[in-house]
Ligand binder design. Structure first.
Ligand code: DGJ
Length: 723
């Protein structure tokens, strides 16, 4: 929280420090702020050192460019000679297309709580009739975040805003990019490539975050890994269309940038109107784990972060799909309670006309045929078994085959006198239409009130295609995104204890915009443990384990057909917010007993798993993943050794276990119930396995221990406890 100089630093050079991050910003003059350094903590710097840092950062002017140094500001401006992607793109009937903002003296606040420092700059381009406010914050955990508000200050004419993108510079040594793509059932597929000159642009045009959204755009020193190599990462906290880019110019500037992707007309600003960007977050670290820890630290520091022990969930979807009836579900609830489940979630299929996925969305009344006595008997049964009750909803959607669509066909987002192509047989309800919004709010509010619902699984199962607003005909994705945020905020205000999960055909709505107002992200509809090892590994770069739904599925995966042991399924789900999605009525008594053991382990360890530091070992054998969670105070760590393929190494050699206190001694031992080393050849594990071993954190991280030979698709757990 310290800056050792006047409020505006040394001749306008501001040095903000928190969470191991230094952010040095040049605010001198009337131009927009320039970030001179974003990365490792530079230590205490005197005023003269800061002025020297600025001086030594100014490049020479070379031939065939503008005759002065071109600044890379938070919103780069062509008016200053910047010819890369501009920060503000827009015009007033073809005019005022290149703003030149003149800013006032910035305000610098040091704060308590989640945010350590905030720099606020306001300015205007009087000729262009635009006003601008930019906020730049450094959180206690060392995250940088920034957003801007642009105002049309003209009293007479509208302004057409096409984009507002915020840019954070990265050093030249960031030569490699890691970003993500994905699809239904396989979210967060990593892709790595060189950070070359030019623009690497990721656009999300699906009207939701998208399974293929990059989650983070990461640039770093070539070969960076979980443990090593400096990395810088950017995330756009927005659940609608968005842009994320990495750009490098021949002039030597490299930056990560992002913002909302506005569809034609969405940025039209009437006289006096303003547009606010989403927050754009940046994190750096030495290795991906340190970068991720800054996100985790920030999320955990928020007032709304769920701190009650994350209850074990039973979700009915892969257990019964649409085949709901009271007898089946009370039997399932009984099995669930017996194994230790704490929250029972009734998935899709409970409302009017919803016998399959062709009809019913929008008719948010309990189906009188399937549930002749309402949900009351099930809810009472669940509660009397000691569990919370959760319900699936998809409030933004509507089937054409629904009473709601028959009554209000004009509430569907569409354009050109036609309906968009259906996706999963459904259309999108225009929640920016006040009548539709009020109706849905009333329905959700009534249901939550009537059944004292603890938890909503809030789904969103289609992309927005040709999403024209029902009130003005222009694209409606921006307004829809804000309306959904408003709706959740209103519902939460009315029901402060209600928890909400963000689900979108699995993990297609994982972003910090939706997470400001929800309590968990469903990472993927694929609960095949082998796939989940990868999906959770990458989703975890942004989200800590307690926010990521992870379920134990059936013995044979419904989405891949692979068969996995319960140890592999449960040992994978253990590293998230654990749930069960399996028809336990069909599970054998021994399976139920084993599952109860896993749930007991989850309950015993969630205190550590949901507050500790997530670590991944850069293990050289691609067949073996090594990851874990270490208590913040270094008192303990839990690790998983996960064989995702057969290995070329036989036996597998040493595995290092990182993150513990180097100077403390730990007793390391296999952790029940994942102690048995699966083997077909009658091998015995390495000698230390049976007796445990005491080693220092340094030895564990530098030398490691011999790993047991594992069959593919199997795992073992290790616990390290400080002596
Ligand atoms: C998609 C979700 O991701 C699933 O978990 C399930 O809730 C279905 N929708 C229900 O339609």
């Amino acid at each position: 929280m310290e800056h050792a100089f006047g409020p505006l630093g040394a001749d306008g050079v501001v040095h903000l420090r928190a969470g191991g991050t230094s952010l040095v910003v040049d605010t001198a003059g009337a131009g927009l702020p320039r970030v001179l350094h974003w990365g490792s903590d530079l230590g205490e710097l005197s005023d003269s050192a800061l002025v020297a840092l600025r001086l030594s950062s100014i490049p020479q002017v070379v031939s065939s460019t503008v005759d002065r140094v071109v600044p890379l500001s938070l919103l780069p401006e062509q008016s200053r000679g910047w010819l890369g992607t501009p920060g503000v793109q827009g015009h007033r009937d073809g005019h005022d297309f290149s703003p030149a903002f003149v800013v006032d003296t910035p305000a610098l606040d040091s704060l308590d709580g989640t945010v350590a420092h905030r720099l606020t700059v306001s300015g205007a381009d009087a000729d262009a009739g635009l006003g601008l406010t930019v906020e730049l914050e450094l959180t206690v955990s060392g995250l940088v975040r920034t957003r801007a508000t642009l105002t049309n200050t003209s009293e007479t004419t509208g302004y057409t805003l096409d984009a507002v993108l915020l840019a954070l510079p990265v050093p030249t040594r960031a030569q490699e990019i890691l970003d993500f793509t994905g699809r239904h059932l396989r979210e967060r597929s990593p892709q790595r490539h060189a950070f070359t000159l030019g623009t690497h642009l990721r656009e999300g045009r699906r009207g939701r975050t998208g399974a293929d959204a990059t989650l983070l755009l990461i640039a770093g020193a070539p070969g960076f890994s979980f443990e090593t190599g400096e990395v810088w990462a950017l995330h756009v906290a927005w659940s609608g269309n968005h842009r994320t880019l990495a750009e490098r110019t021949p002039g030597g500037d490299g930056f990560l940038g992002g913002g909302e992707l506005l569809l034609p007309g969405e940025g039209t600003l009437a006289p006096g109107a303003a547009y606010a960007t989403p927050w754009v977050y940046g994190s750096w670290g030495r290795g991906l784990d340190e970068m991720a820890a800054r996100f985790h630290g920030y999320l955990r520091s928020r007032a709304q972060h769920p701190v009650s022990p994350r209850p074990v969930v039973l979700n009915t979807w892969e257990a019964v799909y649409f085949h709901q009836d009271l007898g089946a579900l009370t039997a399932l609830a009984d099995r669930a309670a017996e194994v230790g489940v704490e929250r029972f979630v009734l998935d899709d299929g409970w409302f009017r006309h919803r016998r399959d996925d062709h009809a019913g969305l929008g008719d948010w009344y309990v189906d009188e045929v399937v549930w002749p006595d309402g949900l009351g008997p099930l809810v009472e049964h669940v509660r009397s078994a000691g569990m919370q009750f959760g319900l699936w909803v998809e409030p933004e959607m509507i089937n054409v085959d629904s009473d709601l669509a028959r009554k209000h066909p004009d509430w569907i987002l569409a354009t050109g006198n036609r309906l968009p192509p259906e996706a999963r047989f459904q259309q999108v309800l225009d929640l920016a239409n006040p009548a539709a919004y009020d109706h849905i709010l009333e329905r959700l509010d009534s249901l939550v009130r009537e059944y004292a619902i603890d938890y909503l699984k809030w789904d969103h199962n289609r992309d927005l295609v040709e999403a024209g607003s029902t009130s003005h005909g222009r694209p409606g994705v921006h307004d829809q995104t804000l309306a959904v945020y408003r709706l959740i905020d209103e519902l939460k205000a009315r029901h402060p204890d209600l928890e909400i999960e963000s689900c979108s055909s699995g993990g297609a709505r994982a972003d910090l915009g939706i997470l400001e107002r929800t309590d968990r992200i469903w990472a993927s509809d694929c609960i095949d443990a082998l796939e989940r090892q990868q999906i959770q590994r990458w989703t975890g770069l942004l989200l800590p384990p307690e926010l990521v739904g992870a379920h134990v599925g059936s013995p044979v995966s419904h989405s891949t057909g692979r068969a996995h042991t319960l140890t592999f399924r449960a040992g994978t789900a253990l590293f998230g917010h654990l749930g069960v999605e399996w028809d336990l009525r069909r599970a054998s008594p021994s399976d139920l007993a084993e599952l109860a053991g896993w749930i007991a382990l989850y309950k015993a360890t969630r205190g550590l798993l949901h507050t500790g530091r997530v670590v991944h070992v850069d293990h050289p054998d691609p067949a073996l993943l090594v990851h874990g969670v270490v208590a913040e105070d270094g008192s303990a760590g839990i690790y998983a050794l996960v064989a995702i393929a057969t290995s070329a190494w036989y036996p597998p050699g040493h595995v290092r276990l990182v993150g513990l206190d180097p100077d403390a001694s730990y007793r390391l031992a296999p952790l029940e119930p994942a102690t048995a080393v699966p083997s077909l050849g009658g091998h015995t594990p390495p000698p230390w396995w049976a007796v445990g071993v005491v080693l220092t954190g340094r030895v564990l991280a530098e030398v490691g221990v011999q790993a047991p030979n594992l069959l593919p698709d199997s795992l073992v757990l290790l616990a390290a406890n400080r002596l």
